[in-house]
Design a protein around this ligand. Structure first.
Ligand code: FE
Ligand code: FE
Ligand code: FE
Length: 197
């Protein structure tokens, strides 16, 4: 006791983030990796989620955060892209993404929960890389790099929605399963479209 301040706090890392324009707050917790690599006792917060329902809801909040972050990043990609088809693909997927946010809100509603976001470190990292690319690349390198960055995001989404829709099925959330499968199909179609540009 007392050796690891904060380890007894059973608070979930929460970004106090909402869908409409507010940015994530600093949560002040230690990065997961550093605690995983050290020989220190496992912090209590790692055992907060226990059930499939818990991880389902948590991951739903993660993708809700990610989709909202994507709606802010895609206009920058569309603007930076030189290739007309890539520009159009980014603009089209922005509109589709806004629809996905509405679908996710329906998913939350269908399981009796209020829509909320939980900071997604993966999307933050992918967007950060893309921002860096826009500063460091031009010409063909920029367009090729942006295309690859967009596909990295689609692959992340495909993996998340693949898990989420299976969990929804296991949990007997039929409407959520249907909606999440629809989003998964859109992400797969977008990835295929990008592959064929
Ligand atoms: Fe999406
Ligand atoms: Fe995430
Ligand atoms: Fe997407």
């Amino acid at each position: 006791e007392g050796m690891h301040p904060g380890s007894a706090e059973r608070t979930v890392r929460h970004a106090n983030w909402s869908a409409h324009g507010q940015s994530a707050g600093k949560d002040g917790t230690e990065p997961f990796i550093s605690s995983a690599l050290s020989s220190m006792p496992i912090p209590a917060r790692r055992t907060i989620m226990k059930t499939l329902a818990d991880i389902f809801e948590h991951t739903l909040q993660d993708v809700y955060y990610a989709e909202n972050a994507i709606t802010k990043a895609l206009p920058k990609v569309a603007k930076a892209a030189k290739d007309a088809k890539l520009k159009k693909a980014a603009e089209d997927h922005l509109e589709e993404t806004k629809g996905q946010i509405r679908k996710l809100e329906q998913v939350f509603k269908s399981i009796g929960k209020k829509a909320s976001g939980e900071k997604c470190d993966a999307i933050e990292g992918l967007i950060k890389e893309t921002d860096g690319l826009m500063e460091e690349a031009s010409g063909t390198a920029l367009d090729a790099g942006l295309l690859a960055a967009c596909q990295a995001v689609e692959h992340y989404e495909i993996s998340r929605y693949g898990s989420l829709r299976e969990w929804a099925k296991d949990l007997g959330h039929d409407e959520a399963h249907k909606l999440l499968s629809e989003i998964l199909d859109q992400e797969k179609a977008t990835n295929n479209k990008l592959t064929n540009l």
